[in-house]
Design a protein around this ligand. Structure first.
Ligand SMILES: [Zn+2]
Length: 90
């Protein structure tokens, strides 16, 4: 019997969304970041940089302000649209 090989390629979900290889319901996109609605039953609006950085500490200094400005903008929009008392970064 011939052995079968399984090749597992690990990819970043957000990079797949940015690259258009995975369909997502985008609610925001600019040159720095994007946000897509989660399909899970939990209310989540992940905001990610368009370039892949392994950790937040790796985010280049010139992207910190526009990235967090977008995160704050989306946080306010979610709070306004849902009448939520607040949003969380967790
Ligand atoms: Zn990525």
């Amino acid at each position: 019997m011939e052995a079968r090989r399984v090749i597992l390629i690990l990819t970043c979900l957000f990079c797949e969304i940015v690259g258009g290889r995975i369909a997502a319901r985008l609610v925001f996109e600019d040159e720095v970041s994007l946000a897509s609605r989660s399909s899970s039953r939990f209310s989540a609006l992940p905001v990610d940089s368009k370039e892949h950085y392994e950790t937040l500490a790796d985010l280049p200094e010139n992207l910190i302000e526009p990235f967090f400005k977008n995160a704050q903008l989306l946080s306010r929009a979610v709070e306004s649209a849902t009448a939520a008392d607040g949003t969380s970064s967790r």
